[in-house]
Design a protein around this ligand. Structure first.
Ligand code: NAP
Ligand code: MG
Length: 398
């Protein structure tokens, strides 16, 4: 490798897997070069979370990062790690610094069949991570009265007001917003990632009902497509397809998969959980943060698998699935290889993925997969032995 990957280490069981993956699947096979940032909670606390900011800045510099799952502190973590502060989610901090969109894609393997029979290829969900109900203002209305929406421009030249509802009795009310800039960044990330992964892009909202709000999303996507991406899409034989969200849901249930589905914040929140559960397992879901400025951060979609970690600390054997974390590494290595024109590194990423899938297809897997596989009499391996089984298959390919 010529340029380093930004490596963001993490917490608990995934931190254990991280070390084993590096030692067994990466270092023996490639000249791995990383710039290391320890985002483990202890070190985040020691640095007043500066390490998270530094790692995001390094991602801006080098463009590609791979991240281990990290603890987002809650009240219970304060005494556990003797924290100075309840630090914010590292993913949130990194995402706001890189201005990115998160794409979540299932890892499809023979023997772990999606609940929806016609789905043959992964469906990648892109969720807009700004605004709407997540940054809303809500009111309970106690009794009869009028609620209005009022806008005053900062320079005092425009003032507009509209009645939301004339209440005859108690009720509820909610104000939401979004920003042209944020929607544009989201759209740009989606078009870029579609080109990057050579997949069609679907986008859906409820623009027939929401004629100004959702319609703005539709228009921003359409304008950006027309002005900047149409030619590129056509050259690659890709399609940008906008449809009403109800129609999208109906079509997706009958589709073969193999495309990206872009969704507004709430739709993406709900649909990504549905899609991931229908594809089999959270442990088989990868996630990549794509910024409109061309930065990429790869990670597993699951958390630090705390329950397994406590078992591990108690000296018990664990069977934790490392597939999504391995695919975070292969995704990052392949992107690094692409930016550096390093065909050998790209081929290695392909081989490591192939070795991982073949290990599962040959019946060797972790417990979570053994519970849902259609393969008969699977061999359940512990966390380390599963990685060693992959290593054995990988060696044969090298
Ligand atoms: P989790 O780590 O995703 O695990 C929830 C449960 O899902 C596990 O107990 C396990 O079920 C199953 N599971 C998840 N990943 C698995 C894997 N690789 N192999 C086998 N089973 C797996 O979620 P959590 O326990 O709610 O959260 C733990 C910590 O992770 C929290 O501190 C949270 O803040 C953090 N988190 C971080 C990220 C991130 O960094 N991107 C994302 C989510 C959560 P069984 O126990 O039934 O085996
Ligand atoms: Mg959700």
């Amino acid at each position: 490798m010529t340029t380093p990957l930004v490596e963001m280490d993490g917490d608990e069981m995934t931190r254990i897997l991280w070390r084993i993956i590096k030692d067994e699947l990466l270092l023996p096979f490639i000249d791995l070069k990383t710039e290391y940032y320890d985002l483990g909670l202890k070190h985040r606390d020691e640095t007043n979370d500066q390490v998270t900011i530094d790692s995001a800045n390094a991602t801006k510099k080098y463009k590609v990062a791979v991240k281990c799952a990290t603890i987002t502190p809650n009240a219970a973590r304060m005494p556990e790690y003797n924290l100075h502060e309840m630090w914010k989610s590292p993913n949130g901090t990194i995402r706001s610094m890189l201005d990115g969109t998160v794409f979540r894609a299932p890892i499809v393997v023979k023997g772990i069949d999606p609940t929806v029979k016609c789905w043959k290829a992964p469906i990648t969900v892109a969720r807009h991570a700004y605004g709407d109900v997540y940054k809303n203002t809500e009111m309970r209305i106690p009794k009869a009265g009028t609620v209005s929406l009022v806008y005053k421009s900062a320079d005092g030249t425009i003032e507009e007001s509209q009645i939301v509802h004339e209440f005859k009795g108690p009720g509820v009310c909610q104000g939401q917003h979004n920003l042209d800039d944020s929607i544009t960044s989201f759209a740009r990330s989606c078009f870029e990632y579609a080109i990057d992964t050579k997949q069609d892009l679907w986008f859906s909202t409820k623009d027939t009902i929401s004629k100004k709000y959702d319609h703005r999303f539709k228009d921003i996507f359409a304008d950006l497509y027309e002005n900047e991406y149409k030619e590129k899409f056509e050259k690659l034989g890709l399609e940008y397809f906008y449809t009403l969200i109800d129609d999208a849901v109906a079509r997706i249930m009958k589709s073969k998969g193999g495309f990206i589905w872009a969704l507004k914040n709430y739709d993406g929140d709900v649909m990504s959980d549905m899609i991931s559960s229908a594809f089999g397992s959270l442990a088989m879901m990868t996630s990549v943060l794509v910024s409109p400025h061309g930065y990429y951060e790869y990670e597993a979609a699951h958390g630090t698998v705390q329950r397994h970690y406590y078992k591990h600390l108690a000296g018990e054997e664990t069977s934790t699935n490392s597939v999504a974390t391995i695919f975070a590494w292969t995704g990052a290595l392949r992107k690094r290889a692409e930016l550096d024109g390093n065909a050998e590194l790209s081929a290695f990423a392909d081989k490591l993925e192939k070795a991982t899938l073949e290990t599962i297809e040959s019946g060797e897997m972790t417990k979570d997969l053994a519970l849902i596989t259609t393969i008969e009499n699977p061999t359940v391996l512990n966390s380390k032995d599963f990685i060693l089984a992959i290593k054995k298959n990988l060696k044969k390919m090298m």
